[in-house]
Design a protein around this ligand. Structure first.
Ligand code: C5P
Length: 229
């Protein structure tokens, strides 16, 4: 593996990492979101910067301190995350994009400018699909080799099967799969048990810290960026 004089596996590379949830407003007081804390993505950003990469971290609302040396862009909604990713691709095209953010699949069709009152016993909410940011990057890349694209599959059962589907449907190089219902592997946990799912096969990484998963991902990125299969 290529390393510079300091042993930095990603020296000279630019990695775009997304992290955390997105938040989709309903009215000035309420939103739809998910349980992502951003820990996995922040650990990946830290591991990449320590491996010598330039790192851009686009993150949703989280209460974590960004790692030193990382360029951060804070966003709220999926549409804002999509725009921030597009701006990064245009201004400083990354060698790799790691989409660890838990992007909300849906957003309210309408956002009320006033707080919705509980006058009615029931309230119907209409949701519309958010764009799939990662699938958009896969489609735009087509058959080109760069940027390397990494996605995540946080599933409640059968994570490897779902990850294989995402690998194909989103046209990415690697999907990091985990089972969020397994002990020590869910949102907010400091540990994870994951599978690296790629076209050439599946590698299981037994339970370890999210930072150790991030270090394994750095090794994978360094090998891939060198052109190894
Ligand atoms: O399809 P699913 O949401 O399970 O796929 C998860 C992967 O796709 C993650 O890498 C996530 O960051 C990305 N994703 C995305 N845009 C969405 C939904 C998911 O980029 N709207």
């Amino acid at each position: 593996m290529r390393r510079d004089a300091h042993g930095s596996a990603l020296s000279g590379r630019h990695v775009l990492v997304t992290a955390g949830p997105t938040r989709e407003p309903l009215d000035p007081a309420r939103f739809l979101s998910n349980a992502s804390t951003g820990k996995a993505g922040f650990a990946i950003a830290a591991a990449c910067v320590e491996a010598g990469a330039r790192v851009t971290l686009v993150h949703g609302p989280v209460s974590l301190t960004p790692p030193l040396g990382v360029d951060t862009v804070g966003v709220t909604t999926a549409l804002e995350m999509q725009a921030a990713v597009a701006a990064c691709l245009q201004s400083a095209p990354p060698d790799a994009v790691v989409m660890s953010a838990a992007v909300a699949d849906f957003r309210p069709a309408e956002v009320s400018t006033h707080k919705v009152k509980k006058a009615d016993a029931a309230h119907t909410l209409t949701l519309v699909r958010n764009p799939d940011i990662l699938a958009g990057l896969g489609a735009a890349r087509g058959d080109a080799a760069r940027p390397i694209l990494v996605g995540f599959a946080a599933e409640s059962g059968h994570p490897v099967e779902y990850a294989r589907d995402k690998l194909r449907s989103k046209r990415v190089d690697l999907v990091v799969a985990n089972d969020i219902t397994a002990e020590g592997a869910g949102f907010g946990s400091d540990t994870n048990h994951v599978w690296f799912v790629e076209a050439s096969g599946v590698t299981e990484l037994s339970m370890r810290s999210k930072r150790a998963v991030a270090d394994a991902l750095v090794e994978w990125l360094a090998r891939r960026l060198e052109g190894a299969p």
